[in-house]
Design a protein around this ligand. Sequence first.
Ligand SMILES: [Zn+2]
Ligand SMILES: [Zn+2]
Length: 249
Amino acid sequence: MSTLLLALVVGLAVTILANVCTTVYLHRALAHHALTLAPPVVFVFRVLTWLTTGIQPQQWVAVHRKHHAFTGKEGDPHPAELVGWKTVQLKNVAMYRREARNEVTVARYAKDINEDAWDRRLFDHSVWGLTLGVVFLVVVFGPVVGLLAAFVHANLYLGGSAAVNAIGHHFGRRRYDNTAGNLHWLAFLTAGEGWHNNHHAVPTSPRLSHRWYEFDLGWLVIRGLRALGLAQLREPALARNQTAPRRAA
Ligand SMILES: [Zn+2]
Ligand SMILES: [Zn+2]
């Protein structure tokens, strides 16, 4: 395999891992309490989230819940409906960081996400996690493939996350009456997050796909964890029947 192809494959694999951490752990479990994960699984997700994204869960949860509270209106951290999807696509990282650093937002929207000694000593230091993640890739695959893979991952992950907030609030099919759209290709790239219209219709569902033909990697991972007794759904019925939203977004 050529160096470039290997770097692409490794970078894509790391992005898939980061997307699973984001959608299953940060989004569905922490932000919406759609499922509960067994403590050892939570710890694995915390380590992997730190290494592949550098995201501090408390901040991510607060920014995301505020997005649900003010979707498309003044107060939404990334209001594609107000500023246009292109602006959000390009500035999503800056928009996220500005809101994540707002202590009032974090205190108000992530009250239930408590920090422990692991966070204070390790996981709150985003740069350490990301650096360690890159070092791991360099040690395993060598400097050229390792650094290229990290570059591929950074672009795919940040581009995909931005697309959910930008493209996912402008394009796509609207099965339910909200401003988000369903995009199959985006769901494929983001472990299920592209079913954004479905998600805004039923935010508490652990499953973002609402039809058998809608691919949702995050949901497959949750089903696997559940089969192993490592995950519990808050409302099991939600996972079985998704044809109608239980409440508005
Ligand atoms: Zn949204
Ligand atoms: Zn959400």
